[in-house]
Write a protein that binds this ligand. Structure first.
Ligand code: SAH
Ligand code: SF4
Length: 350
């Protein structure tokens, strides 16, 4: 029977649950039942899993709590955006954000505690990488955020734009993707899940193989030439030309486009020449551009461009036929906007 070792129920796919339950003397089909309770119905309390016999419930109880994360403090922005602190079992913390749009929610989730890339404008990477998150911790953010939905709200999109570089934690992130999109679980469509990455080449290739290119991919480019990119995105060796080549080989479905994220920094990458270079660089791929005027915070001295400069930049891209979106700033009064999320190991306030 039960060996006493912890089994990670939350990150297991139905096949693995079935094998484990069989190894504990139960029929294989109990695995799918447990999976559906956890991931389709979002039920974590064994006693509420009404179609399970007492001995399976007892097994689940012995492994409780099934979720390795809890919600810490939470903050609600003037615009309805909610930021929730995610407490991990070893005392580390990251953050997740719920962004409402009508009755639908986009949840922004973290994938690492800190980040090794250390972009010049990003608060999340300010302390370096403390550790990877597990698949159960990543998916756990979806579970704990449900307590903060309004009754009429539904989760529609999940974006890996919280703390961490998702493609530097590929194994856990890909498992989390499988769980989010599993037809017997939450059944999110793959294109409603966005992986945002600075451009880890091998990771992009593996993601293409795993998903057939159906997961939405956002590339944090921020510069149209290597000199500026090295300044803003250190610790990543790929050249912008090689990155575009990698995207060209990606199995992007016909109706989809890459999102190119471009944080605009005053005096660094916001000139009209930068805009023209960006147009040329993106010519070989199907892409839309998300311009994000830098969100200022306490970990950077960099500043956003003036609104006029942003407009000029945007006009050049549009004139050359690119679709451009100016990212609306959500939740910046509670430090929940892009690049403002934090990973912590002590008791600091937000
Ligand atoms: N590590 C991944 C995902 C997390 S960051 C990545 O970098 O893509 C999510 C987005 O927020 C990225 O495009 C990032 O560049 C942007 N961002 C980071 N700091 C920012 C800031 N201070 N202002 C505006 N956007 C920022
Ligand atoms: Fe890491 Fe992304 Fe922040 Fe860069 S922007 S430091 S890659 S989390």
């Amino acid at each position: 029977m039960d060996s006493g070792e912890r089994f990670d129920f939350i990150s297991a796919l139905p096949e693995t649950l079935s094998q484990y339950l069989q190894s504990q003397g139960f029929p294989a089909y109990r695995g799918m039942q447990v999976f559906q309770w956890l991931h389709r119905k979002g039920v974590l309390a064994p006693d509420e899993m009404t179609n399970l016999p007492a001995d399976v419930k007892a097994l689940l109880h012995r492994h409780a709590p099934l979720l390795p994360v809890t919600a810490g403090q939470h903050f609600t922005s003037r615009d309805g955006t909610r930021k929730i602190e995610v407490c991990l079992a070893d005392g580390l913390r990251v953050e997740t954000v719920l962004i409402p749009e009508g009755n639908t929610l986009t949840q922004c989730i973290s994938s690492q505690v800190g980040c090794a890339v250390g972009c010049a404008f990003c608060r999340s990477g300010a302390f370096g990488l403390l550790r990877n998150m597990t698949a159960a911790e990543i998916i756990g953010q979806i579970f704990i955020a449900r307590a903060f939905y309004k009754p009429e709200e539904q989760l529609r999109n999940v974006v890996f734009m919280g703390v961490g570089e998702p493609l530097q934690n590929f194994a856990a992130v890909s498992r989390a993707l499988q769980l989010l999109c599993h037809q017997d679980g939450m059944d999110l469509s793959q294109r409603r899940v966005t992986i945002s990455t600075v451009g880890i080449r091998r990771g992009i290739e593996k993601l293409g193989e795993l998903t057939g290119g159906k997961v939405s991919l956002a590339i944090s480019l921020h510069a149209a030439n290597d000199a500026v990119r090295r300044q803003l995105v250190p610790n990543v060796s790929v050249s912008v030309a090689d990155l575009i080549q990698t995207l060209k080989r990606y199995p992007l479905p016909d109706r989809m486009r890459f999102t190119i994220e471009y944080v605009m920094v005053r005096g660094v990458n916001d000139s009209e020449e930068d805009a023209r270079q960006l147009v040329r660089l993106l010519a070989p791929i199907r892409a839309k551009v998300n311009l994000l005027p830098l969100n200022p915070h306490d970990k950077t001295a960099l500043q956003p461009p003036t609104p006029e400069q942003v407009q000029r930049f945007q006009d050049i891209l549009i004139a050359k036929g690119l679709s451009v979106f100016l990212r609306k700033k959500r939740g910046d009064d509670i430090h929940a906007a892009c690049g403002q999320l934090l990973a912590l190991k002590d008791d600091k306030a937000p």
